[in-house]
Design a protein around this ligand. Structure first.
Ligand code: NAD
Ligand code: UDP
Length: 318
């Protein structure tokens, strides 16, 4: 049994990770300021003596008295509407100050620390599918830069703490992931399309829908994250974590409409600036090193996610 600190634990991936690690018998310290996370995601655990919730902004240093074995640093808004606009500066601060504060905590506790990086470090990729050795094509002054460059700087901090301070690090680059505990209002494509379809509203495709993404069901992601965390000192990553099955956004819309069979029709809206044209992970490293590949196809994952959003649909505002 380990003591594991999860930042971003009330968010989508964090809540799934808290549930999985608690079920394995670990002690969990969940740290979140609930900016995009939801307390409801962890309320079932609040009576569990193995679970502690700390309301804390990781931009500020954190002191923990209990000895921590592992830290998953997931805290950061992940949806474009949540990290852009008036939240842009705070997003970079969360990526950079948050990484420093959590790396200092890891150093103090001699804990292994895993950073939730992102496929966004590849920007508008000129290499397809994206391999970990590709250095990316990010617009450093665009509206996505607060997130993309923030995450790139966090990666660089992780490797400097590893080289300079001997901290045991793992860096994973997560590609689009979906599933239960997503916030219906976070504005990402899977939550938007399902909620719109469940309510018979228009399905909003940004641009012409030919841009692609590769969608990974959250249980597959969690399985790999845990294997990476427990991989031993020699492995640092970065490692791509995602499902290589690639779909156009129009195909995703049609799949969701076909499953829900409501009155929704597709409408086309402006494509936001710097929206990547294509994205698909090369997962050769995950296959070779961890004998891992996703087991849940998009159609099966969408079924589970639709069932989840039926329980949340009263919250959908857009
Ligand atoms: P999410 O928005 O649901 O969760 C992020 C959590 O971080 C929220 O609970 C939020 O309240 C918390 N948070 C934000 N700023 C904070 C701060 N300053 N201090 C403390 N807590 C803070 O997003 P998610 O999809 O669960 O993403 C989790 C992590 O995975 C993020 O770091 C994200 O960048 C990364 N990631 C996710 C995806 C994806 O497709 N879901 C893809 C790539 C990377
Ligand atoms: N998108 C869309 N309609 C929506 C929300 C998003 O067409 O209601 C598009 C968005 O422009 C992008 C893709 O879907 O091309 C994935 O968007 P998301 O915000 O989920 O993730 P990211 O852009 O970070 O990959």
């Amino acid at each position: 049994m380990k003591t594991i600190l999860i930042t971003g634990g009330t968010g989508f991936i964090g809540a799934n990770l808290c549930a999985r690690l608690l079920s394995e018998g670990h002690k969990i310290i969940c740290v979140d300021n609930n900016y995009t996370g939801r307390l409801e995601n962890i309320t079932p655990h609040l009576d569990n003596p193995s679970f502690t919730f700390i309301n804390h902004d990781i931009c500020t240093p954190l002191k923990i008295d209990t000895k921590i074995d592992q830290i998953y640093n997931l805290a950061c808004p992940a949806s474009p509407p949540a990290y852009q606009g008036k939240h842009a500066i705070k997003t970079t601060k969360t990526c950079v100050f948050g990484a420093i504060n959590m790396l200092e905590l890891a150093k103090e506790h001699n804990a292994v620390i895993l950073q939730a990086s992102t496929s966004e470090v590849y920007g508008e990729p000129l290499v397809h599918p994206q391999v970990e050795t590709y250095r990316g094509n990010v617009n450093p002054i665009g509206i996505r830069a607060c997130y993309d460059e923030g995450k790139r700087c966090a990666e660089s901090l992780f490797f400097d703490y590893h080289r300079q301070e001997g901290v045991d690090i793992k860096v994973i680059r997560i590609f689009n992931t979906y599933g239960p505990y997503m916030d219906p209002n976070d504005g990402r494509v899977v939550s938007n399309f399902i909620c719109q379809a469940l309510l018979g509203k228009d399905i909003t495709i940004y641009g012409d829908g030919t841009q692609t993404r590769s969608f990974c069901y959250v249980d597959d992601l969690i399985e790999l994250i845990i294997r990476v965390m427990n991989s031993g000192k020699d492995f640092t990553g970065p490692i791509n974590t995602g499902n290589p099955d690639e779909f156009t956004i129009k195909e995703l819309a049609e799949l969701v409409i076909d499953k829900i069979k409501g009155a929704s029709k597709i409408v086309y809206k402006d494509l936001p600036a710097d929206d990547p044209t294509q994205r698909r992970p090369d997962i050769s490293l995950a296959k070779a090193k961890f004998n891992w590949q996703p087991s849940i196809k998009l159609t099966a994952g969408l079924d589970k996610t639709i069932e989840y959003f039926k329980t949340q649909i009263h919250l959908f505002k857009a």
